[in-house]
Structures are given as C-alpha cells and as structure tokens.
Design a protein around this ligand. Sequence first.
Ligand code: NAD
Length: 329
Amino acid sequence: MIKTRFTEMFGVEHPIAQGGMQWVGTAELVSAVANAGALGFLTALTQPTPEALAKEIARCRTMTDKPFGVNLTILPTINPPPYAEYRAAIIESGVKAVETAGYKPEEHVTEFRKHGIKVIHKCTAVRHALSAERMGVDAISIDGFECAGHPGEDDIPGLILIPAAADKIKIPMLASGGFADGRGLVAALALGADGVNMGTRFCATKEAPLHDNFKQAMVANDERATDLIFRSFRNTARVARNAISQQVVELERGGAKFEDVSHLVKGTRGREGLDTGDTDMGIWSAGMVQGLIHDVPSVKELIERVIHEAEEIMYRRLANLRVVSKAAE
Ligand code: NAD
C-alpha cells in the first residue's frame, strides 16, 4: 500500500489517476479503474449532450461502488460545447471529484467547490498551477511535455516540471505525462508528487473502448512515434504519428491556417477510426510513453503491477543501495 495526500484526499487505495481522454474516458474504462482502487475520470465532452453525460455517470455507478470523477476540458473546439450545462449535469449527478483542464477554469472551479466537489486541475506550467491553487482547487495534475494531448507551449519535460512545481505548490499534486509503470511512480514520488496520472498507458488495456488495432499500434510504437501538431496555432497537441498527423505537420510548415486542416483533425473523424480500427483515419492522442508499453493487460493487472513494481523498487532496490555501497567499500 502506498498512501499519499492524494489517496487520502480522494479516498482511493492507490496513488494513480486515469485522467480525461476524449473518446476513451467512458464507463467501461473508468469503472474498471475505480474497481482496481485508482481514480478514473469520465470525459464529459465525449458524451454528445449534458443529458447523455448524466446517463453515462449513472451507468458507471451500476458498474462500480467505488469513487470516480468527471473531466471537463476547456480548449479550442470546432463546435463550442455548452460548458455550463455539462457542469450542471456533473453537479446534479452527485459526483464528488472533477478534473478540469485547459483555459480559465475559474467559473467552473468556483461552482464545483460550492457544491462540495473536489477539483483537480490539470495544467502544463508552474505559473498555471499556482494560479489554480490561488483559485482554490484542491489538487493539481502537472503535465510534462512528454504527454499525449495538449502539452502547452513551454516544452518543459516532467523531470524539470514536476520538481519545479513541487517547490511552489502546497496542495497535493499528481505527476502526469510519460507514466506507465512502477519506476515512473517511484520517480514521481521522489520528485515531490503525490501520485501519477496515466493516460496512454490506460488506452492499451483490455477495458479501454477503442479498437484493438490502436492498442497493438501502441505496443508496436516506440517513444519516437508521436507528432506535435497545431504548434503554429499555439494549441499544440501530441498525437500518434500517422498519415494524417504527417499531413498536418506538412501543411502547417507551408503556413496553413486551422481552417485548412480542420477537416483532417476533427474529433469525429478520429473517433470513426477508433471504432472501425483504421489507425490512419484521423488524429489520435498518444504520448512518448508508447515506448514503455509492451502489452495489453486488464486494468486490474496493470494497476497491481505498477504498485508491486513501485514497492519492490522502494523497499528492496533503493532500500538496499546503502548496503550495496558499503559492501563495495
Ligand atoms: P474538435 O473536433 O473540436 O477539434 C479537433 C482538434 O482541433 C482539438 O485538438 C482541438 O483542440 C483543435 N482545435 C479546434 N478548433 C481549433 C482552433 N480554432 N484553433 C486551433 N485548434 C483547434 O475536438 P474533439 O476532438 O471533439 O475534442 C473536444 C475537446 O476535447 C477539444 O477541446 C479537445 O482539445 C479536447 N481533447 C481533450 C482530450 C483529453 O484528454 N481530455 C484529448 C483530446 C482532445
């Protein structure tokens, strides 16, 4: 058992979260994460309407009696969603944890907290983490440049970003971006975090609701198999390298505007690929951590493995280092 401020605050067994992932954060995955003792988040905007989100939360409750949360991401979208209505659906559902991500979450944070909901804000810069802390969020998830999805524009990898944030943030903090195993968890704890958030690693599990071709692609891919798109629009996204991501990078190099690539990158197109198994259909999020993914376990097997490996490292390998160096003298 590894107890941290994160496990205490959110009432979960393990210091591991599965944060919001567009198209992937559904009841199948989130309930499996909850049942395995970690904290999963349904992705609000994966549901087409706030009513559908309320139904998905209810469906998740039939699949687990453990705590789980909902992610609300506020980033540029082709069709801006009714955020306040999604927020109301979350509040009315009685969910006790929310992960916010993206720009200007203040109005949402204030409302969630007013209703006794704990908020963990995911961000990619120390200054944003500090401003979220001032805003009154309960915890931070700090996301290094390695991550899938939106790493921000500062390009600071986790090895620097996590301790830099830990030096300044007083509230509990998760480390995110690049985590897949017990080595990462121990490293995150050593760098000052209270646990890890994993995204891509959870996509390559039996319960993740995406076609097996994507899971096998993540196993086959190494750490170089990502592209950074939308750099020129200051909305950088790290996605798995494929025919579409390469095309977008090329178009941006030629000075394309978002309107010139929107037909290639729209979420609905990517989702069609996830359902049919065509990994070149659209863009799909995946991090550099693909280089550490070698199998497709169940969520329970994955979480037990991460914790077991972390405990072995902390209580055996690291604890014995002093003895080893004495013997070498
Ligand atoms: P979408 O179809 O509206 O847009 C596709 C992509 O284009 C997204 O990455 C979006 O940020 C970007 N985009 C849209 N309009 C833009 C503009 N004017 N300038 C620059 N970039 C623009 O998005 P979607 O796939 O339906 O996803 C819905 C929301 O969820 C988006 O905000 C997206 O960024 C976000 N998202 C979240 C996660 C997560 O893990 N929570 C993962 C992927 C995407």
